[in-house]
Design a protein around this ligand. Structure first.
Ligand code: ADP
Ligand code: MG
Length: 222
């Protein structure tokens, strides 16, 4: 599902750089990424999603070499194929919850917004426990509610790949279990692949594999 080969990346400004010789995630695999703050976990997800592009090397999703696409192609590919739950949610404050969840459908022609999609958005929000907040502006939600809205938005197009950046970080224990159960259920139903950054060691046993970013980078240095 994900294949990274010999990538080098550095930001335009600052010292941080990332080199990954090989990284693969198989279809249907559920992989957790752990590692200290600032080690590059979010950078890795952004490289996989094509939000960032490596200076050299390739990032492929299935047979598609995303790193070879131009900006517009990468964006379309991401919106239709990848569900990204951002660490900072990236909800649009001027839209209500429902419109935030539907937003991917409004910004690419590759997705068609119809009645069935709307109905699915509502039932997803219900299942996530934010069904009564659909008309509320994103700005007026608690952190945990924002997080759940962001998860709904990522899941609505039934993406084959879900990238989740500390997606349960703002949830209380009860909601965390509920939302994680739902997330895993949806992923399993669609045979989707999950790559999730988490700081929550309790959750790791639910994944097929854990990648420790520190080892990962040490390996690269070796
Ligand atoms: P993590 O998600 O593991 O906490 P990040 O991938 O967000 O780490 O960041 C890795 C490093 O890259 C950090 O040192 C961070 O300060 C730096 N960094 C993140 N974004 C940028 C940017 N846009 N420009 C320059 N440096 C950045
Ligand atoms: Mg991060």
């Amino acid at each position: 599902m994900i294949s990274i080969r010999s990538i080098d990346f550095h930001y335009q400004y600052g010292e941080f750089s990332l080199s990954i010789p090989e990284f693969h995630v198989a279809r249907g695999e559920k992989v957790a990424v752990i590692g200290p703050s600032g080690s590059g976990k979010t950078t890795l997800l952004n490289l996989i999603a094509g939000i960032l592009t490596p200076a050299s090397g390739t990032v492929s999703i299935d047979d598609t070499e995303v790193s070879a696409f131009n900006d517009a192609q990468r964006r379309d590919f991401r919106i239709t194929n990848i569900g990204f739950v951002f660490q900072d949610f990236e909800l649009l404050d001027y839209l209500n919850v429902l419109d935030n969840i539907l937003h991917p459908y409004r910004i690419t022609r590759a997705l068609t917004l119809d009645k069935a999609v709307r109905a699915r958005a509502v039932s997803l929000a219900d299942a996530m426990g934010i069904g009564d907040k659909l008309k509320r502006f994103a700005d007026d939600l608690s952190q945990g509610e924002k997080q759940r809205a962001a998860i709904c938005r990522a899941l609505l197009p039934n993406p084959q790949l879900i990238l989740a950046d500390e997606a349960t970080g703002n949830l209380d224990p009860e909601n965390k279990t509920l939302i994680l159960d739902l997330l895993f259920k949806i992923i399993e139903e669609h045979d989707a692949t999950l790559l999730a950054v988490t700081h929550d060691h309790e959750l790791l046993k639910r994944f097929d594999r854990v990648v420790d970013f520190q080892d990962f980078r040490r390996q690269d240095a070796a």
